[in-house]
Design a protein around this ligand. Structure first.
Ligand code: RET
Length: 269
């Protein structure tokens, strides 16, 4: 939904404003954390953590732009419209989200596959399938996103759901296979990651459909922004933390002396 074309209450305006602001802070801080956290995992997981940082910082930038665009799209109402925020006439640019997802979704998929630490040929094959499907999902979702016509939104939404289900299916099967090969602690974390993935990615199509449910334009616009922001916080920082925890457990399972060696190494340097 491009364009804020309906008056909203002050509470609704501030809800989105604060949610976007919180998301900027969360993404920026998480990106920094993943950068430093690499010292606590073995070398083979460093790339996955760099990808987590990239994902969070790309999102920080886009959320900052969405935040500014939200501010520009409304003006405070006066007179009979006091207590409301009215469309300013400036376009609210939601295309930032799709630009963001085109970059961050492939990186998130890469991050996940890297942490599984599979054989190289398997990794490449998986990444090719997943990233192709992800791009298809986003390209098919966009025409529906910018449409205010319910039938158009449902049509493109349904088409976009086909590659979406394929991605979840492939990840579910691969993660389930991976779980069998892991030490006990890692098993539990990998199971949680599988659930978080399903839960957070499943949030996006729900937020997308909200404007078509006849709850009113204001609820549609506000719900969409809050829903996508929550989903992004789960799918990027929270997901990144779980991946870090898995990489850390696997590092210690491979080498129980990892921390002693790390500290000794630091003392020598
Ligand atoms: C960090 C951003 C992430 C993980 C974005 C994920 C986005 C989706 C899973 C979007 C899915 C959609 C559908 C399944 C149908 C309707 C259109 C979309 C693009 C919202």
């Amino acid at each position: 939904m491009i364009g804020a074309d309906t008056p909203i209450t002050t509470g609704q305006y501030l809800l989105v404003y604060n949610m976007l602001s919180l998301t900027i802070a969360g993404m920026a801080a998480a990106g920094l954390f993943f950068l430093f956290a690499r010292s606590f995992v073995s070398n083979k997981y460093h790339l996955a953590l760099y990808f987590s940082t990239l994902v969070c910082w790309i999102a920080t930038y886009h959320y900052y732009r969405i935040f500014l665009s939200w501010k520009d799209a409304y003006v405070v109402g006066t007179g009979a419209d006091a207590g409301k925020y009215l469309p300013s006439g400036t376009l609210f640019n939601d295309a930032y989200r799709y630009a963001d997802w085109l970059l961050t979704v492939p990186l998130l998929l890469a991050e996940l596959v890297l942490v599984l630490a599979l054989a190289r040929a398997v990794t490449n094959n998986l990444l090719f399938k997943l990233i192709t499907a992800a791009i298809l999902m986003l390209v098919l979702g966009y025409p529906g996103e910018i449409s205010t016509d319910n039938a158009t939104r449902w049509l493109w939404g349904t088409l976009s759901t086909i590659p979406f289900v394929y991605i979840l299916y492939v990840l579910w099967v691969e993660l389930t296979k991976a779980i069998d090969r892991q030490p006990e602690r890692v098993k539990l974390l990998t199971r949680n990651m599988r659930l978080l993935l399903l839960f957070s990615w499943g949030f996006y199509p729900m937020a997308y459909l909200l404007p078509t449910l006849g709850l009113g334009d204001a609820i549609g616009i506000v719900g969409l922004q809050v829903g996508y922001s929550l989903a992004d916080l789960l799918a990027k920082p929270v997901f990144g933390f779980l991946l870090y925890a898995i990489a850390r457990e696997k590092t210690l399972a491979d080498n129980p002396k990892f921390d002693e060696e790390r500290i000794a190494g630091a003392a020598r340097a």
